[in-house]
Design a protein around this ligand. Structure first.
Ligand SMILES: [Zn+2]
Length: 338
């Protein structure tokens, strides 16, 4: 008698599962989640670089990686394999690292950019899907080269006072403002997302030229890192532009709203699943199927900017990377990080 109950229970579950499977439209049960398809790709699609779709709904062809180390940068959380972006973004980050160093910011600690072929991620980020978004830590780069292990464990630093919406003046420096100003100065950069407290700090302290503040956009989170977003690159005809930011420096009512209760009130009603967690391939631009299917490059090193000179910023800018990718060269041994 005791054995009958579990057998009946498992049969019942099987019957329910079968009923659900037959109730779904044909093919629906077979379509995997886009995040699983893109989240497990180790290398980019070795085709012409193009951003397809929108920042929060798309994919990336012909991505290149930023090397783990440059003169003025160190990439963090290497195990995530999110150091990939459109060549226009990766070369811009290299330039930012160099020019911000001249402004007194010692170097970039580079956080997440995109997956090798973009697309929704298994964890984190709604955007970062088309290789045009990059997170830069708000922590000045240490002089020491961090080990691979340290890059997994060292934390970013919040610039806010604990439990407050305001910047901590013991953490904030002029160099923080300088790296944001430099990033905003590039024509390619359309938006930089920061915590409202950071925007307020800039609004209260920036003198002289304030035109660049238009690109500094207050948003939730973003007090451990800032988020650089570039516009659709020329040639990416399937890339959907984001609306232009409003004229003016944004130090107005729209900023004051962030210092009311409304933006911080918990949402009412049942919790909806994140779009990233339910998005199917059929919901992404058609071109993303080809991006998934395309062959990869000979190696990651061949398409890594800053890797032993394999791909220089000048070459990447000139679009030479597609030739680099097709070269059948022996792959050099990875450079030790320490
Ligand atoms: Zn981000």
């Amino acid at each position: 008698m005791n054995g009958i109950v579990p057998v009946w229970t498992s049969c019942r579950f099987m019957l329910i599962a079968l009923a659900i499977a037959f109730a779904l439209p044909p093919g629906a049960q077979a379509e995997p989640l886009a995040k699983n398809l893109f989240g497990h790709k180790k290398l980019p699609a070795a085709i012409a670089p193009k951003a397809h779709g929108f920042y929060s709904k798309g994919c990336l062809a012909g991505g290149i990686a930023i090397a783990a180390d440059g003169d003025h940068w160190q990439a963090m959380r290497l195990s995530r394999n999110r150091r990939w972006g459109h060549p226009r973004l990766i070369t811009l980050l290299e330039r930012l690292s160099r020019e911000a160093a001249q402004d007194g910011w010692p170097g970039l600690m580079v956080g997440d950019i995109s997956q090798p072929r973009g697309g929704p991620m298994l964890t984190g980020h709604a955007s970062h899907q088309i290789g045009l978004d990059a997170d830069i830590w708000l922590r000045p780069m240490p002089k020491k080269r961090l080990s691979r292990k340290e890059r997994e464990t060292v934390s970013a630093i919040s610039v806010l006072k604990k439990n407050s919406l305001y910047v901590d003046d013991r953490v904030w420096t002029r160099a923080h403002a300088a790296v944001l100003k430099r990033a905003a100065s590039y024509a390619e950069v359309e938006r930089i997302l920061v915590h409202p407290g950071i925007k307020k700090k800039l609004c209260d302290t920036v003198k002289g030229d304030r035109g660049w503040l238009r690109k500094i956009r207050p948003f939730w989170g973003h007090h451990y890192h800032f988020h650089v977003r570039i516009g659709c690159p020329p040639g990416s005809t399937g890339c959907k532009r984001q609306a232009r930011t409003a004229a003016g420096d944004g130090c107005d009512k729209s900023l004051a709203w962030w210092f009311t209760e409304e933006p911080w009130r918990p949402a009412k009603g049942p919790k909806r699943p994140k779009r990233r967690d339910v998005m199917k391939l059929s919901q992404l631009p058609k071109a993303c199927r080809a991006v998934l299917k395309a062959a990869g490059p000979v190696s990651a090193n061949a398409v890594t900017l800053g890797y032993n000179g394999a791909l220089t910023a000048a070459k990447a800018k000139a679009g030479v990377f597609s030739q680099v990718m097709s070269l059948d060269v022996p792959v050099p041994r990875p450079r030790p990080v320490n």
